[in-house]
Design a protein around this ligand. Structure first.
Ligand code: AMP
Ligand code: GLY
Length: 422
């Protein structure tokens, strides 16, 4: 099997690392990849959004399976383009990727499928949106309808905050056309968890769940980020509850997508709030989370490659995935200044030292190779250091032992990843 992974983050490094262990694999490419990925795959310099060039590359190199990591190429139609060229691609079509690309679409699917979710309303008119906020009061949640790199959601504690969010999104167009419409929602209260399933259009297999740490600072302070760390399993979300949510949320969504004529294949990521009334859907994403992917794959015992192929072929029904009875904790190391203005170009040392520790894996995200083989910081989130051990405490200690082996004064991480589980 010749496989092409698309993307360049820690998630894609973990995907490549996992796929490279498959006995079925004969050649692994990653576009564009990064210096860490280069240790397990051949990196090709094609951007994740350059779909025509990616299709040409896949054709010229007899690729048997394409695995897109991030949402942007999926929402832009990479699966449709690959399939039109006869190349299997483990991800949703552009139509099905609306589950991540449009908040309104997701809410309509949730309502049609009777999936529990926050009450909501959509507005194209800013004055009507403001009126609604004044009527409903705070706390209330304001969301730009389209993709906004994880920044288009404001959980407003006060009415003024909600009104300011509407101004920014609708009047000042802070997120461009993504904010032309907003969704305003009831504020859900509870523990937030992420549930992952591999889907083949009709069937779904659980990939497990994880808890993300979205704020940049310890104790969940500071601005939102793409994710500063994650752990699995989540004590407040035991396997029985995962199964229940598969039946209550994932399967009904798949059924509704079939009914709409856009069956969902690939990885479905349900962001859930465990409220007093039970689990409720916050959002769907159409891909693995980053850094959730790193912790989930660290526990995977089965071969990932045939599972992804079965998802493409609509044959997950006979499939069984096996997991190690372990815990995994991922700590993201980011460049000073992240998320607002990460510093680039600083030198990172000690990566081999960290990775040599038993139970520690180091995944690269925003790194680049320096002139003399050094590794330089080249983005916001730069590394994910993952510890895998029999329980969360040991996994966390391993992850931080890995972090502490890395010499990078211009980098930082949260020191409380996994603390909630302990
Ligand atoms: P989203 O992009 O929809 O995942 O929203 C980003 C974050 O905002 C989520 O991870 C939640 O922490 C928070 N959030 C979104 N919707 C709600 C809601 N209805 N109630 C409470 N928090 C929410
Ligand atoms: N870590 C959250 C995400 O990947 O969306």
């Amino acid at each position: 099997m010749r496989v092409l992974v698309v993307g360049s983050g820690g998630r894609e490094h973990a995907l490549c690392w996992s796929l490279s262990a498959s006995p079925l694999l004969t050649k692994l490419y990653c576009a564009p990849g990064n210096p860490g990925i280069a240790a397990v795959a051949e990196c090709v310099n094609i951007g994740a959004l350059d779909i025509p060039t990616l299709v040409g590359f896949a054709q010229d190199n007899a690729i048997d399976l394409v695995v897109p990591g991030p949402e942007a190429p999926l929402v832009a139609g990479i699966t449709d383009a690959m399939e039109a060229a006869g190349i299997p691609c483990c991800g949703p079509t552009r139509a099905a990727a609306q589950l991540e690309g449009s908040k309104t679409f997701t809410k309509e699917v949730a309502d049609a499928a009777s999936i529990p979710t926050a009450l909501w309303e959509r507005f194209e008119d800013a004055e009507a949106a403001r009126e609604f906020v004044r009527r409903r009061g705070a706390p209330i949640v304001v969301k730009a309808d389209g993709l906004a790199a994880g920044k288009g959601v404001v959980v407003a504690a006060t009415e003024d905050e909600a009104l300011a969010a509407i101004d920014a999104m609708m009047d000042q167009k802070a997120f461009g056309e993504s904010g032309a419409a907003v969704v305003i929602e009831e504020c859900l209260v509870g523990e937030e968890v992420s549930l992952f399933a591999l889907c083949d259009g009709e069937d779904a297999l659980l990939l497990g769940s994880a808890q993300d740490h979205k704020r940049v600072g310890d104790g969940d302070t500071g601005p939102n980020t793409g994710g500063m760390g994650a752990y699995t399993p989540v004590p407040s979300f035991p396997p029985k509850l995962e199964e229940a949510c598969l039946e209550l949320i994932i399967r009904p969504a798949l059924k509704e997508m079939v009914r709409k004529g856009m069956p969902f294949r690939g990885i479905l990521f349900a962001g859930l709030m465990l409220t007093e009334e039970g689990a409720k859907l916050i959002e769907f994403n159409v891909r693995f989370g980053d850094p959730e992917c790193q912790v989930l794959l660290s526990r995977m015992k089965s071969d990932l490659l045939p599972a992804l192929l079965a998802a493409c072929d609509g044959e997950l029904g006979d499939f069984d995935l096996r997991w190690n009875d372990s815990a995994s904790v991922a700590v993201v190391m980011a460049a000073r200044g992240y998320p607002e203005a990460p510093e680039r170009g600083s030198v990172i040392k000690g990566l081999e030292l960290a990775a040599a520790k038993p139970g520690v894996s180091v995944f690269h995200a925003g790194t680049e190779a320096g002139p003399d083989g050094t590794i330089l910081a080249a983005g916001g989130r730069v590394l994910t250091v993952c510890g895998t051990a029999p329980d969360i405490r040991q996994a966390r200690d391993l992850a931080y032992a890995g972090v502490d082996a890395i010499t990078w004064p211009e980098g930082f991480c949260r020191r409380d990843i996994g603390a909630r589980a302990l």
